[in-house]
Write a protein that binds this ligand. Sequence first.
Ligand code: SF4
Length: 282
Amino acid sequence: MNIILAKNAGFCWGVKRVVKLTEEKIAKSDSIIFTYGPLIHNQEVIHKLEEKGVCTLPTDISDNHLDKLPANSSIIIRAHGIPPDKHKKLTDAGLNVLDGTCPHVVKIQENVEYAFSHGRIVLILGDKGHAEVTGLLGYCPGKGYVISIEEDIMKIPENKPVTVVAQSTLDKKTYDKLTKIIKIKWPECQIIDTRCDATTRRQNEAIELCGKVDAMIIIGGKNSANTNRLAQICTNEGVPAFHIENANELSNVNFNKIKTVGVTAGASTPDWIIESVIKKLA
Ligand code: SF4
């Protein structure tokens, strides 16, 4: 069986950056290190960090519990970012806050904050409840709307100036479909394409790969939005797509009629998991 591995598979630069920040902190810190939510959507990486003493806090942790964390503890904000009021709460609780928000996400936050400060309503194209989207909503309190599907657009009553941004990992097809309808409802709207290049390259390459293979293997956490989206993109291309978390799950795939398989991976999949999958496929 031929195996084609996507060049853009695995950790994006934003994830590499926050993992490096965490590793460096582990190496030089005696105090407890917390992460605000799982650092990345990959259980195996989280377990490895836990073995090194890193504790994952739930993102819905109460202020009371925050106040009870040991003094001088460090807390790492993951690449998705958090709402500004949460950031303040962490600082107020006396924690040493290490901000791992991806610089690309910081730019989206700045766009949202600017639009809000100029009296505009903000439409965020993306997944309701996703950490990055929740963080962005915090920059436009009461004036932000999450648009996941076409019906969400129709429900928005406001007729104020509109700014549109997108979750960094949104796929082009959904982005094009939603912005087309938004332009009809608000012809004067400002649309800022905030999808990130790393994601666009990964998604485009997966689409290209689908044209060359009999099946696609997509590696990444089942709770990883960008990996799920990648798997959906491959399915939409009409290719059998298998979303696995690790090499062990390959045993569930029937490779009998597959001559060429493509492999890609989400932004939170480390190289060693990709390598183990390739090794098992070979
Ligand atoms: S997917 Fe893009 S925006 Fe998100 S962490 Fe990676 S580089 Fe940053």
